[in-house]
Write a protein that binds this ligand. Structure first.
Ligand code: UDP
Length: 417
């Protein structure tokens, strides 16, 4: 069953205090032209990972702006999500698991089933815009009447060097879209027709439970309660348990850092998303590697580490780490910087958009560089504070949610013209 996700209520006016006028004013103008429009967002999971994080805040804000937005999750059996994870990995360049005939049949059958459900929905003919997020639901359009709606494929991953077989399989499903959106220009596959390609980086919601301000006492109490010692230096990585996020590389770097900063603690905070069957294998590899090491803490959403806890980790860590090898945007980077915490991060995907040299943190390309950067920041509180403050300001200007809304509404306005 296609599932409609319930979201809360948000008010755009609350963002005026944090977001620059240069964003709020044009947002009000473009909203005037789109008021009353009906928008559907289609994605693969209601929680876990960046896409759900974004939609949970943008959908209620669309509604507050007078644009009628609905968010639906496609349905699929677990083997479908095994296929889409393979496709996701192959589109990010992995070539070790080819997409088989049986995989294609399952992918297309699931798309057709979801398309049939969508077509049966009485609301369906009324949508003016349909945003389809990532590869999992992208074939739905090939099995449903395009109608008068504008269909936009919103790709959140790095497809700059896809496995050729996977890309040539997916490409025909994208042809009927009116526009595509990538996080960075270089993410669009080289042979994709550039007309209709748009570039929109994601953004974070500064007022969500994950990013809202928390006082120091609450932050310490939250982390103390789950076993972190608030007075010891802390390094944390928050990310889905995914090989591209290199959690084992983080553990290796941490063990080097501990030689110079003996009282440092490491937290690996990860979530198990519905559409991510690989997560358990990565989780088992992490727990095996950290077994018996009292300074390495592994937490998941299944053991109660939710938004407030992630907020507390990002706020109280001395330094955050995001050692990604491949990355879409990496929302966790802006989340950390917004809290004034600097980050040591892999120079992958959208991370260099968020972390410039000496603004926000240090970019790294290996375990050794990661360990060196962490040691440097853990032993230099003045530099750590300056990087965090510069990072916060960078996020305020470029990566808060109203800027994303402005870009999406501007695109809708252009596509509709
Ligand atoms: N996240 C979370 N709990 C976790 C791990 C991740 O809430 O245990 C959130 C994280 O705060 C961020 C999102 O999931 O908002 C991950 O987005 P990102 O763009 O960094 O990576 P993606 O998962 O989309 O590859």
């Amino acid at each position: 069953m296609l599932q409609t996700v319930d979201v809360g209520e948000l008010s755009i006016s609350a963002y005026r205090t944090v977001v620059p006028d240069q964003i709020m004013e044009p947002l009000a103008e473009v909203t005037n032209r789109l008021r009353g429009a009906r928008v559907l967002h289609l994605s693969a999971t209601p929680y876990g990972g960046g896409v759900s994080e974004l939609l949970r805040s943008t959908v209620p804000l669309y509604n507050d702006l007078g644009i009628d937005a609905t968010w639906k999750i496609i349905s699929g059996r677990p083997p479908f999500f095994t296929v889409t994870k393979k496709l996701h990995n192959a589109l990010q360049g992995a070539a070790d698991e080819p997409i088989t005939e049986a995989d294609r049949a399952l992918y297309e059958q699931t798309a057709a089933d979801n398309a049939a459900e969508l077509a049966a929905d009485p609301q369906f003919p009324g949508y003016d815009f349909v945003f389809v997020h990532d590869p999992q639901p992208s074939a739905v359009l090939s099995f449903v009447d395009h109608g008068s709606a504008k269909w936009i494929w919103r790709c959140h991953i790095d497809t700059s060097a896809p496995d050729p077989a996977a890309w040539s399989y997916l490409r025909p499903f994208l042809t009927p879209y009116d526009a595509t959106v990538f996080t960075m220009a270089q993410f669009a596959p080289p042979d994709l027709d550039r007309t209709g390609v748009n570039i929109i980086p994601p953004a974070i919601d500064p007022l969500s439970p994950k990013n809202m301000s928390l006082d120091d006492r609450t932050t310490r109490a939250v982390l103390n309660w789950i076993g972190i010692e608030p007075d010891r230096p802390l390094v944390t990585q928050v990310s889905r348990f995914d090989p591209w996020k290199d959690p084992l590389g983080v553990i290796a770097a941490f063990r080097t850092v501990r030689r110079t900063v003996p009282d440092v603690q490491l937290a690996l905070v990860g979530s198990m998303a519905l559409d991510d069957p690989e997560a358990w294998a990565v989780y088992r590899a992490i727990t095996a590697e950290s077994e018996g090491d009292p300074d390495i803490h592994v937490f998941t959403n299944l053991t109660g580490v939710g938004n407030i806890e992630v907020n507390a980790f990002q706020r109280m860590s001395t330094v955050m780490v995001q050692k990604s090898i491949r990355e879409g945007f990496g929302l966790v980077v802006s989340e950390a910087l917004w809290k004034g915490t600097p980050i040591v991060a892999g120079a992958a995907g959208g991370i260099p958009l968020q972390v410039a040299d000496d603004s926000g943190g240090i970019l790294v390309d290996s375990v050794t560089e990661c360990a060196d950067a962490l040691s440097a920041l853990l032993t230099d509180p003045a530099r750590t504070a300056a990087l965090g403050a510069a990072g916060h300001e960078r996020v305020r200007k470029h990566f808060l949610l109203p800027r994303l809304l402005l870009d999406e509404l501007t695109l809708m306005d252009e596509v509709a013209a």
